[in-house]
Design a protein around this ligand. Sequence first.
Ligand code: AP5
Length: 220
Amino acid sequence: MHVVLLGPPGVGKGTQGVLLADALGWRRIVTGDLLRAQRDAGTPLGQQAQGYMTRGELVPDPLIIAMVREQLATFASGTSVIFDGFPRNSSQASAFKMMLETLGLAVDQVAVLEADDDLVVERISGRRSCPTCGAVYNQSLAPPNRDGFCDKDGIALFHRADDEPETVRHRLEVYHRETEPLIAYYEGSRAPVHYIAGDQAVELVQTALREALGVGVGAS
Ligand code: AP5
């Protein structure tokens, strides 16, 4: 199963993706996390990406597509994968389609998480993330048990540089202009597109997501 999660920054793609992958034993390809890992490791790709990310712009397509291809190649055949943050525009979607076709695969389902821009700006301003396992918290809405540290592995949480409200507003503009049109693109594909209200409690979003995808614990 290959599932694309679409939705604006801060709607909960990472939060829901971690829950789904942990429960079902699926893998995730999260282009934002991959880019941040490259940046923190100081690789040439990370150095090239850094300015785009800080400004809230999309990183150039060739870098992203090569990175996804490389990551996908590390998975055993038959692995179920959630794609979070990719594809992000029409050229990435076309390249992704071809990439999967060469492997005899396709996007099987698309889930669109929806919420108002004002809500996601509020959520993102309180976000804290685990650099190790990708778990996501919120200082006021979903705090960790011990302030500043991940519940799962005890690692210190971090606040993203691109989570300042002004940058988030710009990321939203980029989302509406570049990424939102992919909803229509996938509506025209063979993959069913599911719309999930992302403004509910985390557990309710997860339940709705699993129902929409038709997966329960233990499914693959
Ligand atoms: P990326 O890391 O992908 O950021 P994003 O898409 O903007 O999404 P976010 O990670 O901000 O939000 P999310 O939907 O995952 O929400 P989360 O679960 O964390 O991209 C960053 C940058 O990298 C881009 O700007 C670009 O420069 C570059 N990039 C990445 N992919 C690229 C690509 N394909 N092409 C080109 N460039 C690319 O939740 C947010 C907060 O809300 C958290 O605090 C959480 O605890 C809280 N929360 C979540 N759900 C709920 C809920 N139901 N109720 C209450 N609080 C909630």
